[in-house]
Ligand binder design. Structure first.
Ligand SMILES: C[S@@+](CC[C@H](N)C(=O)[O-])C[C@H]1O[C@@H](n2cnc3c(N)ncnc32)[C@H](O)[C@@H]1O
Length: 207
């Protein structure tokens, strides 16, 4: 058993609602692999529980799996905003979100990630951001997010390992992720740790 398998075997199982959403996503969309994997989901939940954020934003909702994981630790009067440009996914999101007792805390933005960030009200500092939309856009999203984060605000970037191909891969996605990884590692305003889970989950604290 390797460390990934050991971790999956010895971690809490995903809640039943999430297991059902995972199954439905694979059955009813053509892109199930876009969904956060169970281990990444449990870490989203754990981080959210540790931080007890008041404002969470998720960039890239897909079928709403990560949304439900992040919702688990949201403070009682908190708000969870999630941004998705593809409205064909909204039916599946609604079907599963509506089964969660706290679904009223979710605000869905039918928009692009950058447009939402550029129009974000500054009086609503973001405590936790999960950046999981288009990879070409991550650096512009980081630029837009940084001033909106609360002091000690956190960001989680998914897919920063990119299947281990970043040394060789060319193209806009790989170039953007290489630039992002270099920025996150060297920016003195940020504390960064890459968690070797899923396809690489980089946790960043603004201090
Ligand atoms: C990797 S999936 C998100 C997975 C989801 N966060 C989860 O935990 O299961 C990426 C999603 O981002 C959406 N997307 C891509 N580019 C976007 C953009 N610029 N603005 C908003 N949504 C975007 C895609 O339509 C897709 O549904």
């Amino acid at each position: 058993m390797d460390l990934q398998a050991f971790s999956a075997h010895n971690s809490s199982r995903e809640p039943v609602l999430l297991a059902n959403l995972r199954r439905a996503t694979w059955q009813r969309t053509r892109h199930g692999r876009l969904m956060s994997d169970p281990q990444t989901g449990r870490i989203l939940s754990m981080v959210s529980h540790m931080l007890r954020p008041r404002i969470i934003i998720e960039l890239g909702t897909f079928t709403g799996y990560g949304t439900l994981c992040l919702l688990e630790g949201l403070r009682s009067e908190g708000q969870l905003h999630t941004v998705e440009r593809n409205d064909e996914l909204f039916g599946l999101q609604d079907e599963f979100w509506s089964q969660h007792p706290r679904h009223d805390a979710i605000t869905r933005h039918h928009d692009t990630a950058l447009h939402v960030l550029e129009n974000w009200p500054p009086e609503l500092p973001i405590d936790l951001a999960y950046i999981d939309a288009d990879k070409q856009g991550v650096n512009a999203q980081l630029d837009a997010l940084l001033p909106l984060l609360s002091t000690d605000g956190w960001m989680l970037f998914d897919n920063t390992w990119w299947d281990g191909t970043l040394g060789q891969a060319k193209g806009p996605k790989a170039d953007a992720l290489n630039a992002l990884n270099a920025r996150l590692e060297s920016d003195d305003r940020l504390q960064t740790v890459v968690l070797p889970v899923g396809d690489g989950l980089t946790a960043v604290r603004k201090h």
